[in-house]
Design a protein around this ligand. Structure first.
Ligand SMILES: O=C(O)CCC(=O)C(=O)O
Length: 272
């Protein structure tokens, strides 16, 4: 019998595609992504959700990003929607550089098992250290969405430095936070600590998918991670191209929230 997503007692099988991205070479990146998606779909057992990293279509080729970005995400949407429908898999489609009118956004799409687009989220906090603010347009809407009955949310890379955004998403009910990223050396310590902190303080699963290897002059360390609502690392990738596979049970969110009632104990009238 087909499993109901709203049946939280069933484990969810996750596959995180940690890959190297060739900055500026969209053809190579689309071809590689298609091959990795097929690899993920052929895993036994088949994953429920496949997660992709940040800006996988272009990498950080920011000075030529207008020419490279996918106009209205149409190429990306066609490929991913068809993949999801064919394999009955949900895809958290990392993010892509998308041309919208005169601007380029760093936008994440989510497709359900029928291939329907569930939600989109554009990165709210642009990373000045890598000049994102000079080339990209920031989003202004938090990424909360419903994944076939599961309250979920997304942030992109640098966004995880902003606990107030994660808290807002948790308060909206999110039990699982997806974080596509292109997070480079030397800040592995920040990456691991911030992801664990977001999981602990909000008592939710954090599922982060990073890129790996040299790209556009930066070195990305991988270490994609799945962290449970206690802050325990359920799975962590190495510094190589790989698909990180694991299972989670969303029941744990309610259990942890029941044991330490952080949300009930908040006193927002004092600090908000
Ligand atoms: O915050 C960081 O250290 C890395 C962020 C980043 O690389 C990004 O947002 O693309």
């Amino acid at each position: 019998m087909e499993r109901e997503w709203s049946d939280m007692s069933s484990p969810l099988r996750l596959a995180l595609v940690q890959m190297n991205i060739e900055a500026g070479n969209t053809e190579s990146n689309y071809a590689k992504m298609r091959a990795k998606l097929e690899d993920a779909a052929s895993l036994e057992p088949k994953p429920d959700i496949v997660v992709l990293p940040e800006m996988w279509n272009t990498g950080y080729a920011l000075t030529e990003i207008r020419e490279l970005a996918d106009p209205n995400a149409s190429r990306t949407k066609a490929i991913l929607s068809e993949f999801c429908r064919a394999h009955e898999i949900v895809v958290i489609a990392g993010s892509i550089a998308e041309l919208r009118g005169d601007s380029v956004t760093n936008t994440l799409y989510i497709f359900d098992r029928t291939g329907a687009e569930v939600a989109e989220y554009s990165k709210i906090h642009l990373f000045q250290l890598m000049n994102e603010h000079l080339h990209l347009k920031a989003g202004d809407t938090p990424g909360a969405f419903d994944l076939e009955g599961v309250p979920a949310a997304a942030m992109i890379c640098y966004d995880i430095r902003f606990p107030e955004l994660a808290r807002k998403l948790a308060l909206s009910g999110a039990k699982i936070l997806f974080v596509p990223a292109e997070w480079p050396h030397p800040r592995l310590h920040h990456w691991r600590t911030l992801l664990q902190a977001r999981a602990i303080e909000n008592q939710m699963f954090v599922v982060s998918c990073n890129t790996v290897g040299e790209s556009g002059g930066s070195n990305f360390f991988g270490h994609s991670m799945v962290i449970d609502p206690w802050g325990e690392v359920v799975a962590e990738a190495e510094e190589i191209e790989m698909i990180l596979v694991t299972e989670i049970n969303l029941d744990l969110v309610d259990e942890v929230r029941g044991r330490i009632p952080v949300f009930a104990d908040r006193r927002p009238n004092i600090y908000e």
